[in-house]
Design a protein around this ligand. Structure first.
Ligand SMILES: O=c1ccn([C@@H]2O[C@H](COP(=O)(O)OP(=O)(O)O[C@H]3O[C@H](CO)[C@H](O)[C@H](O)[C@H]3O)[C@@H](O)[C@H]2O)c(=O)[nH]1
Length: 340
């Protein structure tokens, strides 16, 4: 299968999970956010998902591509607020181009990255796929639009599509082939890592949320479970019932973790107390939600197997090898991909 964004955090994990399951991923990535080291030993085409010439080259070399896993996207919420047109162009317009091209090359299965960000804050705390959509940023709206584009194309018989709505992915490939590209990602686990290495206390962003301990609640799902969900969806693609050829599926653990619980889990994994301070809410933040995951279970025969502690442990392990992997000095852990 073709994996767009296959040199990024999630796409590279998907490519690894495909390899481990015996499916050869073909990676298409423009390396704007992805890293070249994650394509090491894998079939890789450098280019834009909307570039017809590159896609023609990909399909000429691999006419048997049965499905496209479309992970390439811009995904930084504040950046999307500052540069909405860039986000709609990259995420929506280029998806339209990609889908037209791949259908022209005879490939009619698309698995696309979507996000829990499509749901409104009022949908929580447990959100199912039929909870109301109320995307709160250009990034989130671009994901809703991508789903709509695919649903309409599916209804017209152009293709069939499955959208996976990820909750909060954490962790790294347990074999440490890939992980977060950034040294200290902006999301909460990156802030915990920064506090652990002495960059000042971790600030809890709000203690007056309507949750069991007053702190924000999220459904942290291990990126390897997320990657496995893609493999399941690809393997079951033609058996997944859908309305008019399109279906959206939540990818989460089905359980919420508060910030205080996350801190305790982090301290349990490291065995050290973490410097923590209570602070105000972040602007635009929400209390949060967790996924209802019965549809993933029913349609994909998938459920998360790894815990939040596993995600923390793999994040810490990844931090130790990250520089060596990105510099090409280390090609993942045991069982790293050999040339595909
Ligand atoms: O220093 C911090 C950072 C985060 N938090 C809390 O940790 C939880 C998780 O925060 P994240 O920023 O990790 O996750 P969000 O769900 O808020 O945001 C994530 O999902 C968004 C889409 O919904 C975007 O993709 C965003 O980039 C990504 O981080 C929240 O309760 C937040 O308030 C803190 O207490 N302190």
């Amino acid at each position: 299968m073709l994996v767009t964004g296959g040199a990024g955090y999630i796409g590279a994990s998907v490519a690894s999970a495909c390899l481990d399951a015996g499916h050869t991923p073909i990676i298409l990535d423009d390396l704007s956010a992805g890293v070249h080291a994650f394509t090491s030993g894998r079939q890789f085409f450098a280019g834009d998902v909307a570039d017809g010439a590159v896609l023609a080259e990909v399909f000429a070399a691999h006419p048997d591509i049965a499905a496209v896993v479309h992970c390439a996207a811009q995904a930084v919420v504040p950046e999307s607020v500052a540069h909405p047109l860039e986000y709609y162009h990259s995420n929506v317009a280029k998806t339209v181009e990609l889908v037209e091209q791949v259908a022209r090359h005879g490939c009619r299965r698309v698995l696309v990255s979507s996000s829990a960000a499509v749901y409104g804050p009022a949908a929580g705390p447990a959100v199912s796929e039929s909870s109301p959509l109320a995307p709160a940023s250009p990034y989130a709206r671009s994901k809703v639009m991508v789903e709509q584009v695919l649903a309409d194309a599916a209804a017209a018989g152009v293709l069939r599509a499955i959208a996976l709505r990820y909750f909060n992915p954490i962790g790294a490939d347990p074999k440490l082939r890939t992980g977060q590209q950034a040294r200290e990602p902006g999301a909460v686990l990156g802030r915990l890592l920064a506090a652990q290495r002495g960059a000042g206390p971790f600030i809890i962003a709000g203690t007056d949320w309507p949750t069991r301990d007053g702190t924000g609640l999220r459904d942290y799902v291990h990126v390897w479970d997320v990657a496995r969900a893609h493999v399941r969806a690809l393997e079951r693609f033609d058996d997944v019932p859908s309305r008019n050829g399109f279906v959206a599926v939540n990818i989460g653990t089905g359980a919420g973790t508060t910030v205080r619980e996350l801190i305790r889990a982090f301290e349990a994994v490291t065995g050290e107390p973490l410097p923590v301070r209570e602070g105000p809410r972040r602007p635009g933040d929400v209390a949060g939600a967790y996924a209802r995951v019965d549809r993933a279970d029913r349609l994909l025969h998938w459920h998360a197997q790894l815990s939040v502690s596993d995600g923390i442990r793999d994040t810490l392990s990844w931090r130790r090898v990250r520089d060596a992997v990105l510099n090409g000095a280390r090609r993942g852990g045991a069982g790293a991909a050999k040339g595909a």
